[in-house]
Ligand binder design. Structure first.
Ligand SMILES: [Zn+2]
Length: 71
């Protein structure tokens, strides 16, 4: 899969809305368990509800780093 860039849109599946388009934006993404947040990470956000539904591979190091600072 090609590396997404800011503003790119892509078809995706949202856990709430089903088939949607997602737009890649920089967002603060809270962890599902509520323990901490990843600041300014590039994610694909659902165009309907705004949830981060795609975490691109290039963003995962930032996510694990933020996770470590919480533990
Ligand atoms: Zn959605």
């Amino acid at each position: 899969m090609a590396i997404p860039v800011l503003g790119e849109t892509r078809p995706a599946l949202c856990h709430r809305d089903g088939r949607v388009t997602a737009t890649f934006v920089y967002k603060d993404v809270p962890f599902r368990d509520g323990l901490g947040v990843v600041n300014d990470v590039l994610v694909g956000a659902c165009d309907v509800c705004g949830d981060a539904i795609i975490i691109p591979a290039q963003s995962t190091p930032k996510v694990s780093e933020a996770r470590r600072s919480v533990d």
